[in-house]
Design a protein around this ligand. Structure first.
Ligand code: FE
Ligand code: FE
Ligand code: ZN
Length: 282
């Protein structure tokens, strides 16, 4: 098997290229970051020189693609006009920034319908994507698989498929599989990754899968609780994670840890732990 591409969520507060250097220091060759504070306040002004330096650094050091995560407060199918407007403004601005930075992947939670119903939620998220995905954005928006907590949409592969079906620019959408979320949603990726990925392929198509969020789960299978645990410290467990990172349909994708840790040292150790699970031949 080829070397696993893995990283973790990093803070961009010290600059973009600095973030990539931090990744190298902890043994990572990909990462995920927010373009603004995770709660979604105003984005920092984009330093184009730093953005160019980030891309050069990633290319020179053989990084896998990096991922920008949309703010958690961005609900693309919100009912309240001011929340819907916030989603439109932030996402439009983020997609423009990605294009300027040369970053290609934007991770989006498909949204919470908050009582409107799944059908309306999917319709609203699709219509926002149809409004914002145009020639000005050449990257890919990744819809994240969700745990189905509360009124989240995207807790089943069928809902993601339905959403993709309603997007006009299908080449601009893909999927990010979060191992904690799919497990919490009821897909047993720990014991039967092959069965889960076969279902994913049948319903969505594996060609849409572009990124993996590698997290253990504090709660059990199908509990619909989105609580990440450190690798090996949750219900997926070390053996489950071993099956996931060695699965041929996943192995060559970029992996990003979103596990709860305090220090970069702990992420460095966790990355080493996961690399140690990969069955390299020869
Ligand atoms: Fe996420
Ligand atoms: Fe995630
Ligand atoms: Zn989560």
């Amino acid at each position: 098997m080829s070397r696993l591409h893995i990283g973790c969520h990093l803070s961009s507060s010290k600059g973009l290229e600095e973030m990539a250097k931090t990744a190298t220091a902890i043994g990572a060759d990909t990462f995920q970051f927010f373009t603004r504070n995770p709660r979604g306040s105003k984005a920092k002004t984009l330093n184009e020189e730093d953005a160019a330096a980030l891309l050069r650094y990633c290319e020179k050091n053989g990084f896998a693609p990096v991922l920008v995560h949309a703010p958690y407060t961005l609900n693309p199918c919100a009912e309240r006009p001011e929340v819907a407007e916030f989603a439109r403004i932030v996402m439009k601005e983020d997609l423009g920034r990605l294009e300027t930075m040369g970053v290609r992947l934007y991770n989006l939670h498909p949204g919470s319908h908050v009582g409107q119903g799944t059908e309306i939620g999917i319709t609203k998220t699709a219509s926002l994507l149809n409004e914002l995905l145009d020639d000005g954005f050449t990257g890919t928006v990744l819809l994240e698989t969700m745990s189905g907590q509360g009124s989240e949409i995207g807790g089943t592969f069928e809902e993601l498929r339905e959403l993709i079906d309603r997007v006009d620019r299908k080449t601009s959408v893909g999927v990010c599989l979060d191992t904690c979320h799919v497990f919490a949603a009821g897909y047993d990726i720990a014991k039967d990754p092959d069965g889960v990925l076969t279902t994913f392929d049948r319903v969505i198509g594996l060609e849409r899968l572009r990124f993996v969020h590698l997290n253990d789960s504090r709660f059990g299978l199908g509990m619909h609780k989105d609580r990440h645990a450190p690798i090996g410290g949750g219900e997926i467990g070390t053996e489950g994670i071993r099956r996931i990172v060695n699965h041929p349909a996943l192995h060559d994708l970029p992996f990003c840890l979103e596990t709860p840790h305090e220090s970069m040292q702990e992420y460095a150790e966790e990355i080493a732990l996961v690399q140690g699970l990969v069955q390299y031949d020869g």
